[in-house]
Write a protein that binds this ligand. Structure first.
Ligand SMILES: Nc1ncnc2c1ncn2[C@@H]1O[C@H](COP(=O)(O)OP(=O)(O)OP(=O)(O)O)[C@@H](O)[C@H]1O
Length: 802
């Protein structure tokens, strides 16, 4: 609540001002501050964390802990550091310290001014719609001028009307909208083709029209909510839209240049008005599409929202009680007022979390999110309903994938095949992630919608940039156009002979933490942080990708599915069945990643949930009520785990080593220990971690440009081999877990150790076989994979031909 009020206050405060790059960030930071402080104790806030490593601004109050005493039991805060509390030192002192450090820093370490590698936050995407309506596949409606932003996607299960078809319905209940923020945007449609050009992605004849009709219904809607915005900053001085020229309005030079950050995203109060549009999916689910209308329309359009609705623009139905958009100052008002006015016949079940099973591609509804929230305040009376117009078909606004030359396949994940491609117009090398549709009998994968939606609304140097969405030539496929990254961290580390040095780990960790902080500041949990979801380019830049499991969260917390996060990186509270969790789950993953960066090996590589917990407890000690209040009440604690009194983590990461063990300084170990703290409430936040003294002690973080690189050529081949060499044996397990949980079936997962590969036979024909392959046995298997198996980033699905 407080956060919401802060958000509101900030919104009001900034209203009417010209925004700049910092505005959304600061706003975000303030709105989130209460929550973080509540969880982690207070610390100075206000310095922008978004400047790449401006270490002078870090005012971290690292708790004074004695690292030496840390090996007792994990709790993260049972020790006192011998290091000075840098947070207590003034900025001047830190600066002088930097001056000293700068002299003895390693080659490539950050300069003391932190000027290295700041990534331009310039926004690139903006939108102005001018499209024709495709009706019945081949008829056009008059061109409409419409300014649009990309839309939030809002799911709503509350309408039980089943049409059996994917159709658009008008919203009849509309209530007050948040006040317009300072953002005044001009849009041009992404790569707007002229009406003539649009034929490129239009059905060419009647048969095609028929064949494409079902896809069109869905893709039309998908694209409609994925309006790809193009920021004014990406426009030429003449106001032309890059790549799409016709239909673009010339922009006034005085238009300010907003950034594509949360303030201009679906969670923000915006000059454009959100308009909910109910859509019934094929399976009868009522989906709430939220489209943003132009500022001129927003004056009269009011939004009606359920009181139980989560944050502004949240995936509706996820049940984020009390949740709110980071920058949506009026959100509370909207939420509460809408509760009062919402139809009485909406029952609690309507607010169940729709938390898709990303592994089997189906939408699962978590009963756990059925609790309704208890917010009753009301502000404002819903105004008369205004049925919003919905007539813009964005299909023609999307480029065809034919405009890209496919170079090679980079990788294949659970939910998408990623290609390297060249934009024929610009020559730019991009990554095209094709959304897998085959499992999606019921429509477009929710995971992909979430991912696209989140990534389109985010812009941060540490989050992979989605440039636009394009459609396949036969209109049945969707591709995300992303900036191309040379490696993922998992594959990258496998090519390294030695682990990263401490200064390199610091460089990567800073970028990771900055990205995670950005997500958390924007009320998004990634929920699948792992080294294969961290991309690295040859400029030393790290970017988080794969937001398929990401979701918004709210405060107070709501129960969510605990079957998230790949096993090795999964937090103990999730492994023990906690359904109320928050940003701390990502921080645990960050701790596992930090350990992996230091040692080049996964820290806890369990094969099952039990094995995973066992491995954790053996290294960190078995938790108890003293170090983790509430631990004994977790559902999974009934199981008898190994009783290990001592935390052995320091043994794994000593300060010095003659045996080749990865070493880390006391401060580095302190950070690692705080990331791997059992009690989620005590686990360090991204914000606090960024301020940790480890980043300020020598060796300083290495500059990005001095980070190790590998040749970009053949990267794709290498990456594919890597997938086959080192499959993640956990993916299918997750799929099975989700299936079991949701379907109550006892589907069996077969885990086959590599030496037993020869024993894989017809018994497993129809089953999924997880193959745990130690490095080195891959070559003989690759051909087999090509012919008889389907490998997908960690999975080997046996097709029967052994
Ligand atoms: N922008 C990019 N540039 C280069 N490679 C990428 C990019 N995005 C993804 N990849 C590669 O593709 C792989 C799979 O991508 P991603 O994780 O987004 O797909 P997914 O289907 O969601 O995967 P998962 O099965 O892990 O959930 C990544 O591990 C990475 O190797």
């Amino acid at each position: 609540m407080a956060a919401g009020r802060h958000g509101s206050h900030k919104n009001n405060e900034y209203r009417g001002r010209k925004t700049d790059l910092e505005l959304p960030k600061k706003e975000v930071g303030y709105a989130k501050g209460d929550h973080d402080r509540f969880r982690n104790g207070d610390w100075d806030y206000g310095q922008s964390q978004f400047h790449d490593r401006d270490m002078r601004d870090y005012t971290g109050r690292v708790r004074q802990k004695d690292i030496k005493k840390m090996e007792v039991i994990n709790g993260g805060y049972c020790s006192t550091s011998s290091h000075s509390d840098s947070g207590s030192s003034g900025g001047g002192r830190r600066m002088s310290e930097f001056a000293v450090w700068a002299m003895d820093r390693e080659p490539g370490e950050l300069s003391s001014d932190g000027s290295d590698g700041a990534i331009d936050l310039e926004s690139r995407i903006n939108i102005e719609s001018e499209v024709k309506k495709l009706q019945n596949g081949n008829q056009s409606l008059p061109v409409q001028n419409k300014k649009r932003k990309f839309s939030p996607i809002v799911w709503n299960r509350d309408d039980r009307e089943l049409s059996g078809a994917f159709e658009i319905r008008n919203v009849s209940d509309i209530t007050n909208l948040p006040s317009p923020p300072p953002v005044v945007k001009s849009y041009c449609q992404s790569s707007i083709p002229s009406p003539d050009e649009a034929v490129q992605v239009s059905p060419k004849d009647d048969s095609e029209v028929q064949n494409s009709k079902a896809s069109l219904h869905k893709i039309d809607l998908v694209l409609d909510v994925l309006e790809v915005p193009i920021e004014t900053s990406s426009l030429s001085p003449k106001g032309e839209c890059p790549g799409g020229d016709q239909g673009a309005e010339a922009l006034d030079a005085n238009d300010f240049e907003p950034t594509r950050t949360i303030i201009s995203s679906r969670w923000a109060n915006n000059v454009d008005s959100p308009v909910d549009e109910d859509v019934i999916s094929d399976n009868g689910d009522m989906l709430k599409w939220k489209t943003w209308r132009s500022g001129s329309e927003s004056a009269v359009v009011r939004e009606h929202r359920k009181s139980t609705s989560p944050e502004v623009g949240e995936v509706r139905g996820e049940g984020s009680n009390g949740a709110r958009g980071r920058s949506s100052g009026s959100d509370e008002c909207v939420r509460s007022s809408s509760r009062d006015s919402y139809p009485n016949n909406v029952d609690k079940n309507d607010y169940m979390e729709i938390d898709e099973d990303r592994n089997n591609g189906s939408t699962s509804v978590s009963q756990s999110d059925m609790e309704s929230e208890d917010e009753h305040s009301s502000c404002g009376t819903p105004e008369a309903a205004l049925a919003p117009e919905r007539s813009v078909n964005m299909l023609q606004g999307c480029r065809s994938v034919d405009e890209f030359e496919r170079l090679n396949k980079i990788n294949e994940g659970t939910y998408g095949i990623v290609y390297r491609a060249r934009d024929k117009k610009t020559g730019e090398i991009v990554a095209l992630k094709k959304v897998k549709m085959e499992k999606e009998r019921e429509g477009f994968p929710l995971t992909s919608l979430r991912e696209i939606n989140i990534l389109l609304s985010f812009q941060h140097p540490s989050a992979v940039d989605v440039k636009e969405v394009v459609v396949g030539s036969n209109l049945d496929s969707i591709f995300m156009v992303m900036e191309y990254m040379d490696h993922d961290l998992k594959g990258f580390m496998e090519t390294m002979k030695q682990p990263f040095s401490q200064s390199e780990v610091k460089c990567l960790m800073l970028q990771l933490l900055e990205g995670v902080k950005y997500l958390h500041d924007n009320w998004v949990l990634h929920r699948d942080l792992k080294t294969s979801n961290l991309l690295l380019n040859n400029r030393g830049e790290l970017k988080i990708c794969d937001f398929g499991l990401a979701r918004q969260y709210g405060s107070p917390l709501k129960p969510y599915t605990h079957l998230v996060v790949t096993l090795w990186y999964r937090a103990p509270e999730l492994l023990l069945g906690a359904k109320q969790y928050s940003t701390a789950i990502d921080m645990w993953s960050v701790g596992c990643i930090m350990a992996e960066l230091l040692s080049k090996e996964p820290l806890f590589n369990g094969k099952t949930e039990f094995d995973q917990l066992d491995k954790i407890f053996r290294i960190l000690g078995t938790p108890n009520e003293t170090i983790w209040p509430g631990f004994s009440r977790l559902p999974g604690v009934k199981v008898n785990f190994v009783k290990n009194q001592y935390n052995q983590l320091r043994r794994k990461f000593p300060a010095t080593s003659f045996t080749g063990s990865p070493v880390v300084s006391d401060a580095g170990f302190d950070l690692l220990n705080k990331l791997l703290t059992y009690d989620p409430d005590k686990r360090i936040t991204a914000e606090a971690a960024l301020k940790h003294e480890w980043f300020r002690e020598v060796p300083l973080p290495k500059s990005k440009e001095f980070m190790p690189t590998f040749p970009a050529q053949h990267v794709q081949d290498r990456r594919i081999r890597r997938v086959m060499k080192s499959p993640d044996p956990l993916k299918e397990q997750r799929r099975k877990e989700l299936q079991q949980e949701e379907l109550g079936t006892g589907a069996q997962t077969n885990v086959v150790e590599a030496p037993l590969m020869s024993k894989v036979d017809k018994h497993f024909e129809s089953d999924v076989v997880q193959v745990v392959l130690p490095l080195g046995v891959c070559c003989s298997l690759e051909c087999g994979f090509d012919t008889s198996c389907m490998a997908s980033d960690g999975d080997v699905k046996w097709r029967g031909d052994s």
